[in-house]
Design a protein around this ligand. Structure first.
Ligand code: KIV
Length: 265
């Protein structure tokens, strides 16, 4: 049976952790599902790990549509989320809707949009028209140049309060799920407690409703620099299926992420 947003929201309410991994093709979609992954994210991280770019900024909507189609063809069970790439949603709500519709037609069940307050109107516009939206706060990689690099966010009290407020505003605007990237673990815990939608953490501590990692990072096949929050699952497991199974097991048991994968305030 297909995992839906309702399934994930119920899991979050019941305290049953959600395991999400990025996925970019049909073969991996089948492997990840067989190992128990609940949700597949066609992340624009494909710009780094598949295309070899230094950032996600060059990723085109057509790339995301293509990879979403590939994943959807290989998937039978997981909830599929597709990233809206840079430039595809910082336009009018109407144009964003046309772009999001291409990802939904390609097989996504939800689109993910980076950013807080400036995105509220667009998120409301999309969700009012039947397109589920996942927010993304904290380290938003498409803003790498504005943020001055890939660094931990919301460490100061004012920044933390703003992120907490923005997370509530995203939920009120209609967001059905929220990715929290590279923020202090206590802040992610407070955000998760304040929301009724699931939070998916990456470098945000163990108290989020679920966890996501970039597949090529956790399989240790990406040659670039790894963030502190990445765990190499290939080393202990020795096979792709084993690595993904171990990730799922550790997420469900709240054994990943450990304190060594997170950030303090
Ligand atoms: O693009 C991506 O892989 C992501 C995750 C890091 C959450 O957005």
């Amino acid at each position: 049976m297909r995992t839906t947003l309702t399934t994930l929201q119920k899991m979050a309410k019941e305290g049953s952790k959600i395991a999400m991994l990025t996925c970019y093709d049909a073969s991996f979609a089948a492997v990840l599902e067989a190992a128990g992954v609940d949700s597949l994210l066609i992340g624009d991280s494909l710009g780094n790990v598949l295309q070899g770019h230094e950032s996600t900024l060059p990723v085109k909507l057509a790339d995301m549509v293509y990879h979403t189609e590939c994943v959807a063809r290989g998937s039978k069970r997981a909830f599929i989320v597709a990233d809206m790439p840079f430039g595809s949603f910082q336009v009018s709500p109407q144009e964003t809707l046309r772009n999001a519709a291409r990802l939904m037609a390609a097989g996504a069940h939800m689109v993910k949009i980076e950013g807080g307050r400036p995105m509220l109107e667009t998120i409301g516009f999309l969700t009012d028209r039947g397109i589920p939206v996942c927010g993304h706060l904290g380290l938003t990689p498409q803003s790498v140049h504005a943020l001055g690099g890939y660094r931990v966010q919301a460490r100061g009290e004012n920044e933390a309060q703003l992120l907490l407020r923005e997370s509530k505003e995203l939920e009120q605007a209609g967001a059905g799920m929220l990715v929290l990237e590279a923020i202090p673990a206590p802040l992610a815990r407070d955000v998760t407690a304040a929301l009724s939608i699931p939070t998916i953490g990456i470098g945000a501590g163990v108290d989020c409703s679920g966890q996501v990692l970039v597949l090529h990072d956790m399989l240790d096949v990406y040659p670039g620099k790894k963030a502190k929050f990445v765990k190499n699952y290939m080393r202990p497991a020795g096979s792709i299926h084993g690595a993904v199974e171990l990730f799922v097991k550790e997420v469900k048991a709240k054994a990943f992420p450990g304190p060594e994968h997170g950030f303090s305030a």
